[in-house]
Design a protein around this ligand. Structure first.
Ligand SMILES: Nc1nc2c(ncn2[C@@H]2O[C@H](COP(=O)(O)OP(=O)(O)OP(=O)(O)O)[C@@H](O)[C@H]2O)c(=O)[nH]1
Ligand SMILES: [Mg+2]
Length: 327
């Protein structure tokens, strides 16, 4: 007889399985033993509540959790690429600060499943002292698992509509190894993105000594996307550090031409995630970026989309799953 039960050969105390196939909490054989053997804490009358999903990668959503969310509701997935220091994380921090401080005009903050991750990357910007701004508002991005992306989630409300954005915060090295070594295994998700932001440090474009080099790198990145991602979603060339000055359109013209030659749709946006150089307000251009990256969603995502419909073909969950398997 096992401790915890009066019935011969019952191992309920070790295995939790009642030999008489009774629920352990109510089995009369066991209750008798428990009554003789106080104090023993009784089985909880209710099952444990489900825990929130854990966020193992710097508290961002894993691809699986992001996929679960996409199955629940329509999400706008943004691909974000660019060299180290381009300003990728800073743009996300700026968006989060604008949303959390109710500084967006058309949008308001509705929810986020990755608040801890947003807080983590925003810490430098939240702590800074106006008289002595830091050299770096954000840290270089490193992922706990360098093989898979982490996604930040932000739900914004615009009028009656709620829009869920999924935004990956990737290290710049991922874009470098994509350009230099064609390493694309970690960037599979780009095929199902609604839009890809190609982030460039605007100060390197303004500076004649670095301009040609960074333009050439961006052309290579566009070529890689054309060769590896099918279909390539609309591209937005996002020029950061607008607070240090404007980038002339002619400086990025070779990049636009490269994309157009490859039959890709591209537009240009200039943003200032922070405003420490004072020429424009912090957050300049971020709201327009969000407004433009919103794909036109169907009122409801059909479970089994009819073929031949552009919107459904580009956004249906089926496509998401299909690509997941293909990868
Ligand atoms: N003034 C100003 N500084 C910026 C802006 N964007 C980025 N920075 C500065 O540039 C630094 C690097 O920007 P990040 O956003 O961390 O760069 P990243 O592209 O995420 O770089 P990795 O994570 O290394 O790939 C930030 O800490 C800021 O100090 C901007 O719009 N204005
Ligand atoms: Mg970063």
């Amino acid at each position: 007889m096992a401790r915890g039960c009066t019935k011969d050969n019952c191992t309920v105390a070790e295995t939790g399985i009642c030999i008489a196939e009774n629920p352990p909490a109510t089995c009369s054989f066991r209750m008798k033993e428990l009554a003789d053997d106080v104090p023993v804490s009784p089985e909880p009358p209710l099952p444990k509540p489900e825990r929130n999903p854990s966020l193992p990668h710097s508290r961002a959503l894993t691809p699986e959790l992001a996929q679960d969310l996409m199955c629940e509701r329509y999400c706008t997935l943004v691909g974000i690429l660019g060299d180290p220091d381009a300003g990728k994380t800073a743009a996300l921090v700026s968006l989060y600060l604008l949303a959390s401080k109710a500084k967006l005009k058309e949008f308001s903050f509705a929810d986020s499943r990755t608040l801890m991750a947003f807080n983590e990357i925003s810490q430098g910007a939240l702590d800074w002292n106006e008289d002595d701004p830091p050299q770096q508002f954000t840290q270089h991005t490193e992922l706990a698992d360098d093989r898979m992306p982490g996604f930040l989630h932000l739900r914004l409300r615009r009028g009656e509509e709620k829009i869920d954005f999924l935004l990956p915060d990737l290290p710049g090295e991922w874009s470098q190894s994509f350009i230099d070594k064609n390493r694309k295994d970690r960037l599979q998700f780009l095929s199902r993105a609604d839009v890809i932001w190609l982030m460039m440090d605007g100060s390197q474009l303004r500076e004649p000594s670095t301009r040609q080099y960074v333009v050439h790198r961006m052309q290579l990145l566009i070529d890689r996307l054309r060769a590896s991602v099918d279909p390539v979603p609309p591209l937005v060339l996002v020029l950061t550090r607008r607070d240090g000055g404007e980038v002339q359109a002619s400086f990025v013209e070779p990049i636009i031409q490269e994309a157009e030659q490859q039959n890709l749709k591209i537009s240009v946006a200039q943003i200032a995630s922070f405003g420490d150089q004072g020429k424009v307000d912090p957050g300049y251009g971020i709201e327009a970026l969000m407004r433009d990256c919103r794909a036109i969603a169907p009122d409801s995502t059909p479970t089994w989309p009819a073929s031949g419909s552009d919107i459904e073909e580009s956004r249906a969950m089926l496509r998401y799953r299909h690509l997941e398997h293909r990868g």
